[in-house]
Design a protein around this ligand. Structure first.
Ligand SMILES: [Zn+2]
Ligand SMILES: [Zn+2]
Length: 380
C-alpha cells in the first residue's frame, strides 16, 4: 500500500499508476493500493472510470460471505467512463468500432462460453460455469478488474456498450440493480393492469417498481424500509408502501389483500435478501399468481413453509432469477439514454464517495442509510 496525496488527473496520467480501493481478504477493510497501468494486449481497452457503484454484493464481499472470490479484490462490477486506450479490434454488438475517447459501460460478466450445456441447451447463460465477473470473481491479481479504481482493464472479449446520450447519474442510480431488475421483470411477465407487490426497497426493489410500472402494472405496492427508501419507492411510482418492521408477517399479508380485492398480488417480486421474505411473497400472492425471487444473493439459511397451503393449493408459479445477461444490460443502457424513461432513476438520492471512503460507503449501504452509493475515483 502506498499512501499518496490527491493528484490532478493530468499529473496522474504522466505517472502511469492507477489508484484502487482493495479488499485485501475476507472480513478485512478496504484500503488504497497503487498498481502499474497494464500493457494492453490485443483487442483490449482501458477504461477511465467516471463512476462505479457500491451494492449489497460489496457488503457481502467485504464480510467474506461469498464463495469463490479471489482476494485481494478490487470491487465495483458496474461502472461507466471513457475509453482512454484501445488496442486492436474492439467493437460494440452492432459491429461499430469503439475508439479512444468514447463514453462506454461494459457487461460485468465476462467469458460466458456459448459452448457449454447451460449456454446451449438450457439457454441460461447466467448459469454458465465459465462466466467470471469483474469486481467479484476476478481478483486484483487479474489486472485492474474492478471499478473502484481510476482505471479498469477491459480484457479481450469484454462486452463494451457505447453510452452515447446516457445520463451517468440515471444509469448509475440503477447500477447493477437495473439489469437485474430487467431480468426479474422478464421472469415476472407482468400484464397490463396487474397489481404487483415488490418486497424490498433497496436499489433492486426500486428498479423493479419503476419497471413494473413501465411494463403496465396498474398498482405497485412496496413493503420495505427504512423510511428514506420507502420515500424513494413512493417517488418512483409505488402506489402505497408499508414499513416491514411496523407489522407482523400476517398483518403484512393482510395489508396486501386489503389493496387487491382480498386476493393478494398478481405478481410478487422478492428483493430483500431475507429468506423469510420468500415465504411472505408466497403468502401475499393471489392463487395462480407468480412469484419471482431475486433477493437471495448470499446464503442466509433455510426457512420453513407449508407446501400444501403456500404453494401446491395456491397453484403458484415461483421463479428464481440470477444476475443478468447482455440483453438486460443492453436494454438498461437504452433506458438510461432516454431522458423521459430514465426520469424515475434521476429522482433517487445518490451519494458519492472517494476511493479512500469506500469503507464508509459499504457501511452506509449495509445500514440502508443511502439509496444508492457510488464511488467516484477522481473525488479527492
Ligand atoms: Zn457456458
Ligand atoms: Zn451489484
Amino acid at each position: 500500500m502506498v499512501a499518496s496525496p490527491p493528484r490532478t488527473r493530468i499529473a496522474y496520467a504522466a505517472m502511469s499508476t492507477v489508484r484502487a480501493s482493495v479488499i485485501p481478504a475476507p472480513g478485512a477493510a478496504a484500503e488504497i493500493r497503487e498498481y502499474d497501468e497494464p500493457e494492453l494486449e490485443r483487442d483490449s481497452a482501458l477504461l477511465d472510470v467516471s463512476l462505479s457503484e457500491v451494492c449489497g454484493t460489496d457488503v457481502h464481499l467485504r464480510a467474506g460471505r461469498l464463495a469463490g472470490v479471489p482476494y485481494p479484490l478490487i470491487p465495483g462490477h458496474v461502472s461507466i467512463g471513457t475509453l482512454s486506450k484501445v488496442r486492436g479490434d474492439v467493437h460494440d454488438v452492432e459491429g461499430r468500432p469503439l475508439r479512444e475517447g468514447d463514453r462506454v459501460t461494459f457487461l460485468d460478466v465476462h467469458r460466458t462460453c456459448n459452448a457449454c450445456w447451460y449456454c446451449l441447451v438450457a439457454k441460461a447463460t447466467t448459469r454458465c460455469p465459465s462466466r467470471r465477473v469483474y469486481g467479484i470473481t476476478y481478483g486484483a491479481d487479474d489486472v485492474l478488474a474492478g471499478g473502484w479504481a481510476e482505471k479498469v482493464y477491459l480484457k479481450p472479449g469484454t462486452r463494451i456498450l457505447p453510452a452515447d446520450g446516457v445520463d451517468d447519474d440515471a444509469f448509475m442510480a440503477g447500477g447493477c440493480s437495473l439489469p437485474t431488475a430487467l431480468h426479474a421483470l422478464e421472469r415476472a411477465a407482468v400484464r397490463i393492469g396487474d397489481a404487483v407487490l415488490v418486497l424490498g426497497s433497496g436499489p433492486v426493489g426500486l428498479s423493479c417498481i419503476i419497471l413494473a410500472r413501465m411494463a403496465g402494472a396498474l398498482d405497485v405496492y412496496c413493503i420495505g424500509g427504512p423510511a428514506n427508501r420507502l420515500e424513494a419507492a413512493r417517488a418512483v411510482g409505488a402506489t402505497d408502501v408499508l414499513d416491514f418492521e411496523s407489522a407482523l408477517p400476517e398483518a403484512r399479508a393482510a395489508w396486501v389483500r386489503e389493496r387487491t380485492g382480498g386476493r393478494g398480488a398478481d405478481v410478487t417480486i422478492e428483493a430483500t435478501g431475507s429468506p423469510r421474505a420468500v415465504v411472505d411473497a408466497l403468502r401475499a400472492t393471489r392463487d395462480a399468481g407468480r412469484v419471482v425471487v431475486v433477493g437471495q444473493y448470499t446464503d442466509h439459511g433455510e426457512v420453513p413453509f407449508n407446501p400444501h397451503h403456500d404453494l401446491n393449493r395456491k397453484q403458484l408459479d415461483v421463479l428464481g432469477c440470477w444476475g443478468s445477461d447482455f440483453s438486460h444490460f443492453h436494454r438498461a443502457v437504452r433506458i438510461a439514454a432516454d431522458s423521459q424513461r430514465s426520469a424515475p432513476w434521476r429522482k433517487l438520492q445518490l451519494r458519492r464517495y472517494s476511493l479512500a471512503d469506500a469503507n464508509s460507503a459499504i457501511d452506509d449501504v449495509a445500514a440502508g442509510r443511502v439509496v444508492k452509493a457510488l464511488i467516484d475515483p477522481h473525488l479527492a
